[in-house]
Ligand binder design. Structure first.
Ligand SMILES: [Mg+2]
Ligand SMILES: [Zn+2]
Length: 202
């Protein structure tokens, strides 16, 4: 199927723990700890079917702390990719920060380094690219680069909401599937508007 340039540039950025899979206060250390939130992988498949690329940006300080190693992280992501494939979903790239907070790197959210790297990889501006997360630091990093902010109530989302202090414009949804419903609805409405007014320039 031919893709127009514009279609090939559609991108959604996701946090991993608490958005795609259940979070754990004890870290996700091995593939057996990694369990998808029901409906999340199917939601990614629906994005793919509508021409969206999907990238993940995840803080993994457990690497720096020696709680698990790169081999374990790769095995976890192998399980993520295979589980996604099994429902027809595709994750284009997983960016992770292996550093602890006291290393003051540029990539650990709430800093925007990972998101900027994703923008460079895909060759697009991050302005209005949807970023979905369950923590304040996800929204802070996304706000800094001009993404559209979607907080989900899965994972740490409810606790995040209770603490407050979210950047302006943060939208709140039950889970990733609900965010994807919204994004696809907006895309369909934009297409319908374009189709019904082909001569109108705005
Ligand atoms: Mg999270
Ligand atoms: Zn880092």
């Amino acid at each position: 199927m031919p893709h127009s340039q514009q279609v090939s540039k559609k991108l959604v950025i996701l946090d991993r723990d608490g958005v795609i899979n259940f979070d754990s206060d004890d870290y996700i250390r091995s593939p057996s700890d990694w369990r998808p939130i029901p409906g999340s992988l199917e939601a990614i498949a629906r994005l793919n079917q509508h021409g969206y690329h999907v990238a993940v940006a995840t803080n993994q300080a457990g690497i720096s702390r020696g709680l698990f190693d790169m081999k374990a992280l790769n095995a976890i992501h192998q399980k993520l990719h295979l589980s996604a494939q099994a429902v027809g979903a595709h994750i284009d790239a997983i960016f992770f920060c292996p550093h602890a907070a006291d290393e003051f790197c540029d990539c650990r959210k709430p800093r925007p380094g990972m998101l900027k790297a994703i923008g460079q990889r895909f060759g697009i501006s991050l302005k209005n690219v949807p970023m979905v997360g369950d923590a304040l630091r996800d929204m802070q990093a996304a706000f800094e680069v001009g993404c559209d902010l979607y907080l989900v109530k899965t994972g740490k989302g409810v606790a995040t909401l209770e603490k407050g202090g979210l950047p302006p414009g943060t939208q709140i949804y039950d889970n990733l599937a609900a965010v994807v419903d919204r994004l696809l609805h907006l895309a369909a409405a934009a297409r319908a508007a374009a189709d019904s007014a082909p001569l109108k320039k705005q």
